[in-house]
Write a protein that binds this ligand. Structure first.
Ligand SMILES: [Zn+2]
Length: 170
């Protein structure tokens, strides 16, 4: 029986796989983290089912309830393969915090322009142009997002949120 390690707490967990290759969902009995497990002849791969946002701990209390919920839903959607929904929730979270900070009800495209012209964020050109592209892509109803796109947007959203709070929001 193969043994895997919990990605969160490191606990060893035995997988009751009848045969390989095996793919399934496992919950850690210690910390309850849900994981997606792939076992094959060559070994096993363990992935967190719902990507973590522990990095946001330092800014969490600055976020509104809707923003917290949006990040949580972006993670949940990613875990179940709803990649377009996940990207939309990530963008929605950014849009919400930027509206609060800039005191406006503009749409995300305008808010990204504001950030580009904000000298407190001038070294973040790469990440801002990334979000410009994502916004344009997600705004097209005839396109759907890939897993890779949703994952990277989730990552980048967390990074940008931390920068926004630290530089503009405290
Ligand atoms: Zn665990």
């Amino acid at each position: 029986m193969p043994e895997i390690r919990c990605v969160e707490c490191g606990m060893g967990i035995y997988i009751d796989a009848m045969g390989t290759p095996y793919e399934g969902e496992v919950g850690c009995p210690n910390c309850r983290t849900r994981m997606q497990v792939y076992v094959s002849q060559d070994g096993s791969r363990v992935e967190r089912k719902y990507p973590s946002y522990n990095e946001l701990k330092e800014v969490w209390e600055i976020l509104s309830e809707v923003e917290k919920k949006s990040i949580s839903e972006a993670s949940l959607s990613l875990g179940v393969g709803a990649y377009t929904a996940s990207e939309m929730m990530s963008l929605r979270c950014l849009e919400s915090i930027l509206r609060r900070i800039y005191g406006t009800s503009e749409m995300l495209g305008k808010l990204i322009e504001r950030m580009e012209n904000d000298n407190r964020l001038s070294d973040l050109k790469g990440i801002l142009s990334y979000f410009k592209d994502v916004r344009n892509r997600v705004a097209h109803p005839e396109k759907v997002s890939s897993k890779l796109e949703a994952k990277s947007t989730f990552q980048m959203t967390k990074r940008l949120l931390i920068e926004i709070v630290n530089r503009l929001g405290r």
